[in-house]
Design a protein around this ligand. Structure first.
Ligand SMILES: Nc1ncnc2c1ncn2[C@@H]1O[C@H](COP(=O)(O)OP(=O)(O)OP(=O)(O)O)[C@@H](O)[C@H]1O
Ligand SMILES: [Mg+2]
Length: 343
């Protein structure tokens, strides 16, 4: 059962069903030419049965290596691509059977931005899209003023500069402004901070969190920045080779990988370190940092248990301890673990 939460410009929002994806499959067919006469078809399985849900007020991160299927998923949800099989409902509407209704409920931002007019200013571009989305003139002006301020496009000269004169960061901000123009309850943002300077990226991250928190928007967000995923996303879905390999909160995901902690030691000395470490019954690696300084990393669930013994051994063998750190796994460790096909 869905819970009615509010009326949103005559569109009814339900608490549970912002996005529902079941068994989505998508293959691409590429024709490959071999010489003049011969050709073959290569089939790329971009999605191999992906299922997930996104609630209103939630930011869900789609993470995965290059080619995992993230953009394909977003394009299907945005009705730009048809799935081969499976279903996807956005704001309660089927992406294949009711694409117009889906489009009215989404704000979309893709990595490769299309559709902006190079000879129009940022503001003029937004005015053009507002007209296209059917916003009345007064409402459009209000909304555009608000968005230009919100994304600090005014400070960057969006009113006077032509789109073709925009920097990458300005283009990203304008794309996000366009995605927010119709105040749609669901946002699909494909790498919105790609190539942005740290203050711009931070601005967008804060904005996304704020939109989910105070306006209860449902947001699907892709990024390759693990730090960003951790602070922006309530839930993370890891995709690899067209399949979901893990999902949960950032904390839950970190608990799923076996390599729980890393004991990181920086030591100085000239003794045979390899012989010394050989007796440790744990996975470790060491490298020469510089001259006689070594960095040792030991992977263990409870490195505290071996720390005392190890330090004693190192000191007894003439090593000087420079630093000792116990590192918690990062989301990056989780990403690498699941990207390498382990489960
Ligand atoms: N238009 C297309 N024609 C053929 N193959 C495609 C097309 N678009 C994507 N693919 C292939 O589908 C797979 C999934 O691509 P997709 O763009 O969804 O990945 P992604 O997870 O967004 O990757 P990235 O992190 O690099 O953006 C890849 O193997 C890609 O080469
Ligand atoms: Mg992509």
């Amino acid at each position: 059962m869905s819970t009615l939460i509010e009326k949103y410009d005559n569109r009814v929002l339900f608490m549970d069903n912002a996005v529902e994806v079941h068994g989505l499959v998508k293959t691409y067919r590429i024709k490959k030419k071999h010489g003049l006469l011969k050709s073959s078809t290569e089939i790329i399985e971009a999605l191999r049965g992906v299922s997930f849900r996104v609630k209103y007020g939630e930011v869900v991160g789609l993470l995965g290596p290059n080619g995992a299927g993230k953009t394909t998923t977003i394009k299907i949800l945005a009705t730009l691509l048809l799935p081969d099989s499976g279903t996807a409902r956005v704001a309660g509407f089927d992406v294949v059977k009711e694409p117009d209704k889906v489009r009215r409920n989404i704000g979309l931002m893709l990595t490769v931005e299309k559709g902006f007019y190079g000879k129009l200013t940022g503001r003029e571009n937004l005015e053009y899209f507002a007209a296209l989305y059917g916003l009345n003139k007064r409402k459009a002006t209000e909304r555009i003023n608000h968005l230009i301020k919100l994304l600090e496009l005014d400070k960057l000269g969006a009113d006077v500069k032509l789109f073709e004169e925009f920097s990458l960061g300005m283009k990203a901000r304008l794309s996000l402004a366009r995605a927010l123009l119709s105040d749609a309850p669901i946002l699909l943002l494909d790498e919105p901070t790609l190539g942005l300077d740290p203050p711009s990226a931070r601005r967008i991250r804060e904005l996304v969190r704020e939109l989910a928190r105070s306006e209860k928007k449902a947001i699907i967000y892709t990024t390759h920045n693990m730090f960003e995923a951790e602070i922006v996303c309530d839930k993370i879905i890891m995709i690899n080779k067209g399949q979901i390999v893990a999902e949960g909160t950032p904390g839950e995901l970190k608990d799923k990988i076996p390599k729980l902690k890393i004991l990181n030691l920086m030591i100085r000395g000239r003794n045979n370190l390899e012989a010394l470490l050989k007796n440790i019954d744990l996975k470790y690696e060491f490298k020469i940092e510089e001259g006689d300084i070594f960095n040792i990393k030991i992977h263990s669930r409870k490195p505290e248990d071996i720390l005392g013994e190890l330090l004693k051994k190192l000191i007894n063998n003439g090593f000087e301890i420079i630093t000792v750190k116990i590192e918690e796994p990062t989301l990056e460790d989780v990403f690498i673990y699941f990207s390498e096909g382990a489960q």
